[in-house]
Design a protein around this ligand. Structure first.
Ligand SMILES: Cc1ncc(COP(=O)(O)O)c(C=O)c1O
Length: 406
């Protein structure tokens, strides 16, 4: 089946737009937009032609199998989005109402919301300053010194609530130091639920994120490295967790003929149309990761010589996806802060964005245990995400660099 798509210029290395330094960029440069480079039309058309458009169909199975193979896990369960995947992962990991779940403060709010959907409470841990991830030392310190361990149950001394799981998020596509997180978790028999929604394709000590804890979640939202329009996936090696996740995401149906249900379930299954798009995008993942990493390398090279602009870090034990390329702006050295730079880029129609408000400061989670997270707050003040679409052209990237250098 033929498609009318052209190869994105960033991938072929041929810029499509001419660029004069200092000139405004016509139409603007978006932060991070999807790239449709392959069989998306063909596979979606196949769904329409065959009538398999809803939540069962061969593309759903194929997407699950191919994601499981890519990550190197036994089971994958497709969901409507990454937030739903997190909700279910928490439930199948045994998180119950009034439990507590440790997670980073500096992340998109979805994992904290998912913890609340499960009736549990997020406990916010500060970031480490080097790679901006959930701090494993603070995590271990919290478990060792702020909790009581007796009869196989860990309780937060200040709230009296059971601490039930750890939910590290690979922020920005850079892996968390998972050996340290797992060591802290396993000391108290806590499951680790990885939020790998930003890190599909990232590796930690040579292993894919998504297979580093007991269970993990992915997202195929439009701004992720690959997208199914909207979508998510639960991945795990644990047969029981996988079976329970499949059951809960499909309305917890115990008898498919008589429609008997023993539990409250959820309509969280991905549609075949979305899975079809996901399959087409997954074929492009490796190519897109190369593009993301090339964009990151170009930014690094350019910003290393700009006083006050710190390029995005990458640990020697990690290979990041550089999902959203983010710099730190040191106002005292650069001469303006990250928000002023955001406005300056905006004047040139270059879209930029701060990192998220640390969730320990969010009104939405004001009832959760309070915590001091000074590193998360500093990173939030200094960080600015800049255009990093897979299809960013060389000319567009040069325009962004020039605007920041200028
Ligand atoms: C860290 C993180 N967790 C969860 C999600 C939720 O994924 P979704 O938008 O597919 O629900 C996102 C992004 O959207 C995210 O960045």
């Amino acid at each position: 089946m033929s498609t009318s798509y052209k190869k994105p210029s960033a991938l072929s290395g041929k810029p499509t737009k001419s660029y004069e330094p200092g000139a405004k960029v016509e139409g603007g440069i978006p932060l991070c937009v999807p790239e449709m480079g392959g069989n998306e039309w063909a596979y979606i058309k196949d769904c329409l032609d065959t009538g398999w458009v809803s939540s069962v169909g061969s593309y759903v199975n194929r997407f699950e199998d191919e994601i499981a193979e890519k990550i190197g896990v036994k089971y994958a369960i497709a969901c409507v989005n990454g937030t739903a995947a997190l909700h279910i992962a928490l439930l199948v990991a045994g998180v119950e109402p009034d439990d507590e779940v440790l997670m980073p403060s500096l992340t998109f709010i979805a994992p904290a919301n998912a913890v609340r959907y499960a009736g549990a409470w997020p406990v916010f841990i500060d970031s480490e300053p080097e790679y901006w991830q959930m701090d494993p030392a603070l995590t271990a310190d919290f478990l060792d010194n702020q909790c009581d361990w007796s009869d196989g149950t860990l309780r937060n001394k200040s709230t009296g609530r059971r601490v039930k799981a750890i939910l590290p998020v690979h922020v920005g596509g850079h892996p968390v130091d998972m050996d340290a997180i797992n060591a802290a978790a396993h000391k108290y028999d806590l499951p680790v639920i990885e939020d790998a929604t930003e890190s599909l394709g990232a590796t930690y000590k040579g292993r894919m994120t998504g297979r580093l804890g007991e269970i993990a979640c992915l997202s195929f939202n439009g701004n992720k490295v690959i997208t199914s329009g909207g979508g998510g996936m639960i991945v795990t090696d644990d047969e029981q967790m996988a079976a329970k996740a499949r059951y809960l995401t499909t309305q917890a149906k115990d008898d498919a003929v008589e429609y008997i249900h023993h539990e409250i379930g959820y309509n969280y299954r991905l549609t075949n149309i979305q899975a079809a798009m996901g399959c087409a995008q997954l074929e492009l993942l490796d190519e897109y990761l190369v593009a993301k990493r090339r964009i990151a390398a170009n930014y690094r090279e350019a910003f290393e010589s700009v006083p006050g602009i710190a390029p995005m870090p990458q640990a020697e034990w990690a290979e990041s996806t550089f999902w959203l390329y983010t710099v730190l702006v040191d106002e005292a050295v650069y001469g303006m802060d990250s928000r002023a730079l955001l406005r300056k880029l905006g004047e040139r129609k270059i879209q930029a964005r701060p990192l998220w408000q640390p969730i320990h400061l969010s009104k939405a989670h004001a009832d959760s245990p309070r915590a001091d997270c000074p590193v998360a707050e500093r990173l939030n003040r200094m960080a600015l995400s800049i255009p990093s679409s897979v299809g960013l052209t060389a000319a567009e990237q040069a325009a962004v660099i020039e605007a920041i250098r200028g």
